[in-house]
Design a protein around this ligand. Sequence first.
Ligand code: PEP
Length: 248
Amino acid sequence: MTRRKLAAGNWKMNGLATAGVELEALIEATRGAAAEVLICPPATLIAAFAAKARGSAVAIGGQDCHAAPGGAHTGDLAAEMLADAGASHVIVGHSERRADHGERDAQVRAKAGAAWRAGLTAIVCVGETEAERDAGRAQEIVGGQLAGSIPDGATAVNLVVAYEPVWAIGTGRTASLDDIAEMHDFLRARLVARFGPATGEAVRLLYGGSVKPGNAGEIFAVSNVDGGLVGGASLKADDFAAIVKAAG
Ligand code: PEP
């Protein structure tokens, strides 16, 4: 099974309109890239970035969405609004949303369903804390999140799963290649068991947690790693372009 690699950048709460220069540089640097390229800027930049990136190798996504298509939800954004602004993907269940906003699996599942309703690809994030890993519970936690956070009806087009150990996000620490392989093989087996071999083998599994130009190549070569979800190193076009290249 060949899965095209995906390099996805999560800008988190970083970037003003002036950051358009980084997007422009990334568009230039990734022309003809073998890997799929995605930037998820803050929501304020989605429409402008989508307009700039049209016709390039770079797709634009959101970092979160509400489960409802509209209504009295001050400050929230519907998946339909992201699509309307030009997004093709949305990250749901990022550990920072789970921690900062108390998001639980059922809510993440509803958000993924909303993404599908709007025609977006949902990037569903799962990952254990350091305490959970130290307690030998990493697979139990991540397996539970996977089961609880993905609605029925997943396809290789509408779903990407990102395994992001919480303790590796923004810390400069990465999981060992053996631990990444073990978790990604486990997630692949769970996807196959739930969605059948055709879909389960085709859904892409990203690794996230301090991926940078210097370690991307070895991480992307690990079994069942189909690319990366990249925070800090996606903010600078040169760094992210090097990661995209490593994914190709
Ligand atoms: C992330 O934001 O999903 C992430 C993995 O961040 P970083 O690459 O900075 O660890």
